[in-house]
Design a protein around this ligand. Structure first.
Ligand code: NDP
Length: 336
């Protein structure tokens, strides 16, 4: 049984000393337990926060502890009612090959789910985050302009496609021409701005002739600063993530943007609200999400792209790729 543990807390970007691969025995399930073998491991930006020993909405991973993650696995052996060998399950067992489970925080996906790994993406936590954050906090109305960054990733791509279904003008921001082309051609956004090219603010201005009514915040940094002058009165900003700042150790150099941010919120009467998906929204919203998203995927209104990396041992490098924007679609590791 291979498992990847947190060896030391990183300063800035995680490096070769941050994570360690360990080999242990495969555990044997006791009464009321099952043994689950990981098939797909989800890599998500929030895991960077779990490496820090800082106050947050969740406990940090302890030093020596297995890195947290949702996985899709298959039951190998079960002494637990409701689960049989061969069942696919959504589990929270982290970066490892095998784990015992008592069924807590586990969802049974059945013997033959169509796309097992989608439970980690468009049909799981990132898809639900996009759905609830956009519709319940962003509250987009037909004809409004919605802007979202990390537009080729699982959250941003889903936000933009739902906003299109709601009749909005949708502008994505993504890193590089290839991602931008995908966002417009395959995902149906009206425009996509490459944040790595020059004149981000001017190009965003051109793409949003009627200003911005909803900015779905995924990245912070220069994208946020380019958005601020374009916000319309009564704009909404669901604050979902600030991935461009996750490796920061202190405040960055440069001017104090506090007056611009807070001043804009005041003058434009903007509502900016942070949310953590499983803390802000309950079972009712989740049921709405499952019903709507299943329908949209079945009728082809929503398209989904994954970036699959092979091999558990490649997860640490893949995680840094994710933070650096080198993923193209939802990052998952195929473990076996
Ligand atoms: P992605 O797969 O989209 O990966 C992150 C992306 O962020 C990268 O691919 C990169 O895309 C972009 N990025 C990285 N650095 C920068 C930068 N400096 N400037 C602009 N863009 C950058 O991630 P997810 O879709 O899984 O997550 C998106 C956001 O949602 C994250 O902030 C995440 O933490 C947050 N989140 C929040 C949840 C909540 O409950 N609040 C739940 C789930 C996710 P590109 O190459 O296009 O720049």
């Amino acid at each position: 049984n291979r498992r990847i543990v947190l060896a030391e807390r990183p300063y800035g970007q995680p490096d070769d000393n941050t994570l360690r691969l360990e080999i242990t025995d495969i555990p044997t399930p006791g009464d009321g337990e099952m043994l689950v073998r990981t098939v797909y491991l989800s890599l998500d930006p929030y895991m960077r926060g779990r490496m820090n020993d800082a106050k947050s909405y969740a406990e940090p991973v302890p030093i020596g502890g297995v890195m947290t993650a949702q996985v899709v696995g298959q039951v190998v052996e079960s002494n637990l009612e409701g689960y049989q060998a061969g069942d696919y399950v959504l589990n929270t067992s982290g970066w490892q090959d095998y784990a015992l489970s008592t069924g807590k925080q586990v969802v049974n996906l059945g013997k033959r789910p169509d796309n097992p790994s989608w439970a980690l993406g468009v049909l799981g936590m990132p898809g639900y985050t996009a759905y609830a954050g956009l519709l319940k906090i962003g509250k987009p109305k037909t004809g409004e302009t919605v802007v979202v960054a990390a537009a080729a990733g699982p959250v941003g791509a889903t936000v933009g496609q739902i906003a299109k279904l709601k009749g909005c003008r949708v502008v994505g921001v993504a890193g590089g021409p290839e991602k931008c082309e995908h966002v417009v051609k395959n995902l149906g956004f009206d425009a996509c701005i490459d944040h790595r090219a020059a004149d981000l603010a001017a190009r965003l201005n051109d793409a949003c002739p009627d200003g911005i009514d909803v900015y779905f915040e995924n990245v912070g940094g220069k994208v946020l600063y380019a958005v601020l002058p374009l916000l319309n009165p009564f704009a909404r900003i669901p604050v979902c993530g600030v991935v461009s700042w996750y490796n920061l150790q202190g405040l960055p150099d440069g001017p104090d943007m506090g007056p611009v941010i807070v001043g804009t919120l005041l003058r434009m009467k903007v509502r900016m609200q942070g949310f953590i998906i499983f803390d802000n929204f309950g079972p009712e919203v989740y049921s709405e999400f499952v019903q709507d998203m299943t329908g949209w995927l079945n009728d082809g209104s929503i398209t989904y792209k994954e970036h699959v990396v092979e091999g558990l041992e490649n997860a640490p490098a893949a995680f840094n790729q994710l933070l650096a924007g080198e993923n193209f679609g939802k990052m998952v590791v195929k473990v076996d």
